[in-house]
Design a protein around this ligand. Structure first.
Ligand SMILES: Cc1cc2nc3c(=O)[nH]c(=O)nc-3n(C[C@H](O)[C@H](O)[C@H](O)COP(=O)(O)O)c2cc1C
Length: 214
């Protein structure tokens, strides 16, 4: 009779279909947008690197993953409408979104077509969900990335560590933007002591799931 194994089964050692792996990957992204009590319980997928194209090459930065629609395969993040990434994505809407979760040793690499929302229902609805502490960052008079004569905190310096009132925070709405990312493909990689698991889930132009050599 075989002995039960000590270690938890990994996708490599259990019969695991591409469809299972795809569903789990999207589920992990959805979970990452949900609040956790403890900082240690936070998923690494809560933030992602957004890589954009510029005439001079690639550019990249970290953003917070705000919302996920696993059925329609959309992600959303928030940004300042005056930010450089917004200009870059307006000029060339395709982006790569890169996630890494240290606990599960999983990297997700997504390609996306983006669409900017500023003065519309989508941005209005997301703005309503923001607490004043997050809204404070949209009160900056200088545009993000503009040169300053001295260190600038990213909000009117007179606010200091205070929060704006709900009414005052509304001034930030004109700088607030939501970037919608329609996912074209998702590539999964899990590192493991007994090997790696790599797969690609392609959605455009046609749906195609494939295991890949790591
Ligand atoms: C942990 C972390 C989370 C961040 N989240 C966001 C975010 O959700 N949206 C955003 O626009 N910038 C966010 N930033 C700042 C960006 O990384 C970047 O510095 C800023 O948006 C300017 O980028 P750009 O000049 O390429 O537009 C975050 C930075 C860090 C370190």
């Amino acid at each position: 009779m075989s002995q039960p194994t000590e270690s938890a089964p990994s996708p490599r050692s259990t019969p695991y279909s591409l469809a299972d792996l795809e569903r789990d990957s999207w589920h992990q992204l959805v979970l990452a947008t949900q609040q956790t009590k403890n900082h240690e319980d936070r998923s690494g997928f809560r933030t992602m690197t957004v890589a954009t194209n510029t005439p001079d090459g690639a550019d990249a930065r970290t953003v917070v993953l705000r919302q996920v629609d696993a059925v329609r395969r959309y992600l959303w993040f928030h940004t300042d409408a005056r930010a450089r990434k917004v200009m870059q994505l307006e000029a060339f809407p395709n982006a790569t979104l890169l996630f890494w979760d240290d606990k599960s040793q999983i990297q997700l690499r997504l390609t996306a077509e983006t669409r900017l929302h500023t003065d519309d229902y989508v941005a209005d609805e997301q703005w309503k969900t923001l607490w004043v502490g997050s809204r404070k960052m949209y009160l900056s008079a200088p545009a993000p990335g503009s040169e300053q004569p001295a260190p600038y905190p990213g909000f009117p310096p007179e606010l200091g560590s205070e929060l704006p009132s709900e009414a005052d925070s509304e001034a930030g709405r004109r700088n607030f933007a939501v970037m919608e990312c329609r996912i074209l493909s998702l590539e999964y990689l899990q590192l493991g002591r007994d090997g790696q698991t790599r797969a690609r889930f392609q959605y455009e132009p046609d749906r195609k799931l494939a295991w890949l050599a790591p």
